[in-house]
Design a protein around this ligand. Structure first.
Ligand SMILES: C[S@@+](CC[C@H](N)C(=O)[O-])C[C@H]1O[C@@H](n2cnc3c(N)ncnc32)[C@H](O)[C@@H]1O
Length: 475
């Protein structure tokens, strides 16, 4: 773990850098935002949620779990029943104010329209139902998986301000404006990246984080759900000596949330070592979690834990994929770039993903490269682009067995690019070749190929454009 370095990405979420691989695990523009924009949102999960019984997701390259965390948070946040409970709090405040200080209702602007909608929802508790979410997470690095739910989620100035100002102000519409303004004033409180890492990763912001949108926030229950799943997976080996060392390490300590560490320790001791290690601390923790902790009680009261079933496969994804059964509705493919991890972009590995994708399922990946797209095409997928709805930019690739699932198909120009030399895919028939062997094999194919080079193709397209023969695309 000493070979890693944590850093804050521009949305305030924590990213990871590996000195060994000389590579970042997350976008410096926002580890969490990337998970939402490239994996959760393009999946269109909202159409399935609460209308089907089960949704199955495969997270290939779980890392520190942003994609799975973003998914769980999305499901919880959009879940009508849970929202009802949160809004109930505001209703209670409104009723108290109405009863004891009726005059205040006219002075402070309380959002009455919203309240009515919430009132209606509350009166009809059977109006929604839950889908059960199964997530299988594949990752080779056990340490990353173990630390994933213990990391602080987000540390923007706004977040700090939210902690300082009591929740009671939540019910005033003015609150959001004040919050935004004071958030800016509290900028100096936001944590800074170390100078060395700022220079190494060319992080141009300092503690000037972009405000993360509400919908992108990690729901506070998410980490509890992951901890519980990891304790189920590892039994009494989850919070082991190695993990204890990492969370206490001076280099990493500030990135971990003490309350999540306490919860993990308590949960493991309570479940597996409670009688052997009975002491006052465990006893008090027990009372705290069972009766006082609001967050934990929220999980219990709504049986949120039961809604999610997370399985962890800690091995080379090429081996894990062979152990999996059934089909997935969504596959998140978040491997390192293909020159660093060609094993997970080979025709044969993608063929395994094809085998495990449901007929209307979707594979999402951040890569826009001709090689990756062509590997999908070679496996008979329909291929399209992930569009960032705000900027209109294409930020990734999506593949499906069903044509109608592709919202933004590849253009003729992009399809042409896939059939140049740039699109020559990797091969790994045995799903066990070394990275070097896979790279070498493609290099030889590339050199001996008769296909057009991508630069020649670009020139050819440009000439055609100038001749006015093909004005379909910009190059
Ligand atoms: C770009 S990072 C993924 C980041 C991750 N999705 C997150 O939210 O933190 C790539 C991950 O792939 C993992 N990895 C590399 N080779 C692998 C393999 N053969 N099988 C499974 N995981 C692998 C690395 O340990 C790393 O965590």
């Amino acid at each position: 773990m000493r070979d890693y370095e944590f850093y804050y990405t521009q949305d305030g979420s924590i990213g990871l850098y590996s000195y060994e691989d000389h590579d970042v695990y997350h976008s410096k523009f926002g580890a969490l935002t990337e998970a939402w924009e490239k994996f959760v949102m393009p999946s269109g999960i909202e159409k399935k949620l609460n209308t089907v019984d089960n949704i199955r997701v495969l997270d290939v390259c779980y890392g520190i779990g942003y994609n799975t965390k973003a998914l769980i948070s999305y499901v919880i946040n959009t879940d009508e029943k849970l929202l009802k409970k949160e809004k109930n709090f505001k209703l209670k405040i409104k009723n108290i104010i109405k009863k004891y200080f009726p005059i205040l209702i006219n002075i402070v602007s309380i959002d009455d329209n919203n309240m009515n909608i919430k009132d209606e929802r509350l009166s009809n508790p059977n109006e929604t139902r839950y889908s059960k979410i199964y997530v299988d997470c594949l990752e080779i690095d056990k340490t990353l998986v173990k630390i994933s739910p213990l990391l602080k989620t987000i540390i923007t100035p706004q977040e700090i301000y939210t902690k300082i100002v009591p929740k009671i102000f939540d019910c005033f519409s003015l609150y959001w404006k004040i919050k935004k303004f004071i958030g800016k004033c509290f900028k100096f409180l936001a944590p800074k990246n170390k100078k060395e890492i700022r220079e190494l990763l060319d992080l141009r912001f300092n503690n000037d984080y972009d405000e993360i949108e509400n919908e992108y926030r990690i729901n506070s229950l998410t980490n509890y759900i992951i901890i519980d799943s990891l304790i189920n997976h590892y039994k009494n080996n989850y919070f082991d000596d190695d993990l204890k060392k990492i969370v206490k390490d001076r280099k990493f300590r500030k990135y971990f949330a003490p309350y999540l560490i306490k919860y993990a320790k308590f949960k493991q001791d309570f479940r597996y070592n409670f009688i052997a290690r009975f002491n006052l601390a465990s006893f008090l923790h027990n009372i705290y979690y069972d009766h006082l902790s609001k967050r934990y009680n929220k999980i219990k009261s709504k049986d949120i834990e039961g809604l999610f079933k997370l399985n962890f496969f800690i091995n080379d994804a090429r081996k894990s994929i062979l152990e999996l059964n059934g089909e997935y509705d969504y596959i998140y493919l978040d491997a390192f770039t293909f020159t660093k991890a060609p094993q997970l972009w080979s025709v044969e590995f993608i063929a395994e993903l094809y085998r495990h994708l449901s007929p209307t399922g979707l594979i999402m990946t951040y890569s826009n490269s001709a090689l990756v797209r062509n590997t999908f095409i070679e496996n008979n997928f329909y291929v399209g682009k992930i569009c960032d709805k705000k900027t209109g930019k294409f930020i990734g690739t999506v593949a499906s067995k069903e044509k109608s699932m592709i919202e933004f198909p590849l253009s003729n120009y992009e399809l042409g690019l896939c059939s140049t030399k740039a699109g020559i895919p990797y091969h790994d028939e045995t799903l066990s070749s070394t990275k070097e062997a896979i790279l070498k094999r493609r290099e030889i194919e590339f050199k001996t190929s008769d296909l057009m080079s991508s630069s020649k193709y670009l020139k050819y397209r440009r000439d055609k454009l100038l001749e006015g023969l093909d004005d379909e695309e910009q190059i």
